[in-house]
Design a protein around this ligand. Structure first.
Ligand SMILES: Cc1ncc(COP(=O)(O)O)c(C=O)c1O
Length: 392
């Protein structure tokens, strides 16, 4: 059969058309919108000024003068690029300095800088696990961890979110089987729900069952725990991952672990070995953020007070905020269409509260994910509450 050229081309792209059509009809279509920052909290969104309640800039660091200054100093001193991966010739002296500073703050023997949280998660898990390993994964883990598990090609079993009895049962059952090693993988603060893991309980379960515990602190770093350095500090977690792109105000990620685990990652983790090291400008911003974070107890206390006020006001108005206890507050609506309508309404009232839909959350769990930052004033919070009151 002879197929006309035009038909072949149509056919080649048909899966794209179908996927986009499916997303459009199911209210799951995503598009990029230009978000132009006006100051620490307001942005210009397609011609309208709105208060941003969707960023992860929890300490308001992304425009902090000290981070900008240090970043520029690093560029002047070291240039704009790191020129190669760490193992080739990109390991400039500032990496050691930052990694030592971070290890002291995290209370771990060592740390190792990665290019992003996503990159760390998709390369660390495959480097540690093999086809005969088992990962027990919290059911609400972030997509980057899930992708890492898929790439590791090991057996993955999900335990019910934060249900450590369920995890314990799965661990006991798994010990009867012949896995080469067993990993427990979780987040310390869940990105879409804003609730926390019980790290002490996870550490004891891991110890009792000889399992390797991995905790992602992307949303806790800078905000929670001793000196704001996360919920795992000094708790004996085998491997902690965190990012610098959220509360730390710039970009990049870290692993915090023992010396042998660090050496293992340097030798076996493809994300570190085969990617150009972070540029000096970013390391400068990280350096300044790590100097500032420990002393920001007052800002952290007030941030969590504002979040608590927002949560209880929303609950009082009849909104569901799940089990959130942190600066991340989901307003769980359920249906995608209704969630999009709510986001549009908020936008009309001068609020940016982005709708989060499946597959980022489970079907029926669409939500407006709000995040409070240190840059929001009490007045901003009241404006947000007022908008939700009007929506009712
Ligand atoms: C829990 C979690 N881990 C990892 C990442 C990825 O981090 P990064 O933005 O540094 O790639 C995110 C990003 O949202 C996250 O929420």
């Amino acid at each position: 059969m002879c197929i006309a050229d035009s038909e072949m081309v149509t056919d080649k792209y048909s899966f794209i058309d179908e996927a986009l059509h499916e997303r459009r009809t199911q209210n799951l279509f995503r598009r990029l919108r230009a978000v132009d920052p006006l100051n620490d909290v307001e942005v210009n969104l397609e011609g309208k000024t709105v208060i941003n309640f969707s960023s992860n800039d929890y300490l308001g660091f992304s425009k902090h003068p000290k981070l900008k200054k240090r970043s520029i100093e690093y560029i002047k001193k070291f240039g704009t690029g790191s020129t190669a991966s760490r193992l080739i010739c990109g390991s400039m002296p500032f990496f050691d300095k930052i990694e030592e500073k971070l290890a002291e703050l995290k209370g771990t023997e060592k740390t190792l800088i990665f290019n992003s949280g996503f990159q760390a998660n998709i390369s660390i898990l495959p480097s540690l696990c093999n086809r005969s390993s088992l990962i027990l994964s919290d059911s609400l883990n972030h997509n980057s961890l899930i992708q890492g598990m898929l790439l590791s090609r090991c057996k993955v079993k999900k335990y019910t979110h934060n249900d450590h009895d369920h995890l314990n049962t799965m661990l006991k059952e798994s010990l009867k089987e012949n896995y080469s090693r067993i990993f427990i993988v979780t987040e310390s603060v869940f990105s879409m729900d804003g609730d926390q893991s019980d790290i002490n309980s996870l550490v004891s379960l891991a110890k009792e069952n000889n399992a390797f515990l991995i905790v992602d602190e992307a949303h806790a770093t800078g905000v929670l725990g001793p000196r704001g350095m996360g919920l795992t500090c000094g708790k004996g977690v085998d491997l902690v991952i965190g990012t610098f792109g959220k509360a730390c105000g710039s970009f990049g990620a870290y692993a915090a672990c023992s010396k042998p685990v660090r050496e293992y990652l340097i030798n076996c983790c493809s994300g570190l070995i085969y990617s150009t090291a972070l540029p000096p400008s970013i390391i400068g911003a990280i350096d300044a953020a790590l100097d500032l974070i420990p002393a920001m107890e007052d800002e952290r206390r007030e941030l969590l007070q504002k979040a608590q006020h927002l949560r209880s006001s929303l609950n009082h108005l009849g909104y569901h905020t799940g089990k959130s206890t942190t600066q991340i507050i989901p307003v769980i609506i359920g249906e995608e269409e209704e969630t999009i309508r709510m986001a549009r309404f908020l936008e009309e009232k001068g609020i940016l509260g982005v709708p989060i839909r499946p597959p980022s959350v489970e079907k029926g769990g669409a939500r407006i994910r709000l995040s409070v930052t240190a840059a929001h004033s009490w007045d901003h919070i009241d404006q947000l509450i007022h908008a939700f009151k009007k929506a009712k």
